[in-house]
Design a protein around this ligand. Structure first.
Ligand code: Z5A
Length: 214
């Protein structure tokens, strides 16, 4: 059965503006009369939020395969309890990070076939309808996060070349799946980025952004 809802994920490096843009798109969609669920990964359920705490606050981070398995466990709980039910109810789900983050971050150290196996188990086959990749240099993104006063989680503390390779892996994923993953230049003022995102959603989905309430 095809779910009547729609699933949009936001991806990109640290500080790229994903949370900001999800909030702005959710406002636009709600004003147009849509029911919207905003969620995030790792997280979105009490169990997955607990796993998030284990992963992001680890003083001695586990190896990448252990991370991938924990992300998959968190994701399975999130997909089955939150994302799928919302889509069955015809809602639009906006999710801050999803499987492409696993590919971009854990893909550094886990072989592709093993990583894809964890992803398939975690998602039970769910693939986003649309993914917006907010592309920004790691220097700019980490600078924004530091300005905000973030303490820096286990991933942020990785060296700058690691974040550059993460960015390259995200862009390679977009080249591999150009119909699903759309690259958005994130080094522009938030309202300009938001306008680009609205235009992309209008052009690449059947979602009506004008709606009765707009
Ligand atoms: N991870 C993984 O390894 N594998 C996985 O499968 C998954 C995740 C799912 C989760 O971090 C970490 O988990 C992540 C990868 C790993 N680590 N890293 N790095 P997170 O979700 O907590 O952190 P984040 O995604 O990097 O969130 P963030 O720092 O909050 O970034 P953001 O949501 O993209 O940005 P923002 O909060 O909207 O904006 C950041 C600041 O910039 C803020 O002060 C804004 O006001 C400002 N901002 C936003 N937009 C702009 C523009 N356009 N111009 C100027 N300033 C702006």
């Amino acid at each position: 059965m095809i779910d009547p809802g729609y699933f949009i994920t936001f991806e990109g490096g640290e500080g790229a503006g994903k949370s900001t843009q999800i909030r702005l798109l959710a406002e636009t969609l709600r004003a147009a009369g849509h029911e919207v669920v905003v969620t995030r990964e790792p997280g979105g359920t009490p169990l997955a939020e607990a796993i998030r705490g284990l992963l992001l606050n680890a003083g001695d981070p586990p190896d990448a395969m252990t991370q991938a398995l924990l992300f998959a466990a968190a994701r399975h709980d999130h997909v089955t309890r939150v994302i799928r039910p919302a889509m069955r109810a015809g809602q639009i789900v906006l999710c801050d990070r999803f499987t492409d983050s696993t590919r971009a971050y854990q893909g550094e150290a886990v072989a592709e076939d093993a990583l894809e196996a964890t992803i398939l188990l975690g998602t039970a086959g769910l693939v986003p309808d649309l993914t917006l990749l907010l592309d920004l240099s790691p220097e700019a993104g980490l600078g924004r996060a530091r300005q905000r006063g973030a303490a820096g989680d286990a991933f942020e503390r990785a060296d700058a070349t690691y974040h550059t390779r993460v960015r390259e892996r995200f862009l390679a994923l977009a080249r591999r799946e150009p119909d699903r993953i759309l690259v958005v230049e994130a080094d522009r003022p938030p309202e300009v980025v938001a306008a680009s995102i609205r235009a992309l959603v209008e052009a690449h989905s059947a979602i009506d952004l004008a709606g009765a309430g707009a």
